[in-house]
Design a protein around this ligand. Structure first.
Ligand code: ZN
Length: 206
């Protein structure tokens, strides 16, 4: 990979041999391997031993999980917050495991919509809850740095399954608990809050 980074620097018109860039290929490889380490993360190993049988069926929320990922269209970061909720049906998952599941899917080349679904699907598959909800609010540097969209726009994606999909009150309670202020809950699916206005697409490869 380091040879490829040297070639890339050369193609960009740089001199890969100059002092400041001498260690760059090594650093970039190290960094990219970490940022894509989610491909080799074993979800079952993360969750291992942290599933508990508990007679509790109220909403569990893990809010404001820091999220950093790479957009697969431009290999540029997108980052923000992820909020996860579920309503257990006899089984709960250790709370510290939820951010680790988010990391496992974030540390890959992603689109925000797929990342949101994968987190929801994993929790659904592992604990079979009555419902699961995931909201991601993120800034895409491929939009902000390239001036494609307004600089401060935030892309919001959500996945609502089970009770969160069927029951507007459950969904509204979740959105209230995460302090979501972006718009009417029922219509929230994929949009941008902030200066860009509603219903703008996330990075779509432009
Ligand atoms: Zn992008």
């Amino acid at each position: 990979m380091q040879d490829l980074i040297r070639q890339l620097l050369d193609a960009l018109g740089e001199d890969p041999g100059r002092e400041g860039l001498a260690e760059t290929p090594r650093r970039v490889e190290h960094s990219l391997r970490f940022l894509t380490s989610g491909y080799t993360t074993d979800i079952d190993e993360i969750i291992n031993g942290a599933l508990f049988t508990v007679p509790y069926n109220e909403m569990v929320i893990v809010r404001d999980i820091d999220l950093y990922s790479l957009c697969e269209h431009h290999l540029l970061p997108f980052f923000g917050k992820c909020h996860v909720a579920y309503i257990p049906d006899g089984k709960v998952i250790g709370l510290s495991k939820v951010p680790r599941i988010v990391d496992a899917f974030s540390r890959r080349l992603q689109v925000q919509e797929r990342l949101t679904s994968q987190i929801a699907e994993t929790i659904e598959a592992k604990i079979r809850p009555l419902g699961v909800a995931v909201v991601i609010e993120a800034t895409h540097l491929c939009m902000a740095m390239r001036g494609v969209e307004k600089q401060n726009s935030v892309t919001v994606t959500s996945a609502m399954r089970g009770a969160f999909h069927k029951d507007p009150r459950t969904r509204a309670e979740f959105l209230e608990l995460i302090h979501y202020r972006g718009g009417p809950a029922g219509s929230m699916r994929r949009g941008v809050i902030g200066p860009a206005g509603p219903d703008e697409a996330a990075c779509a490869g432009s």
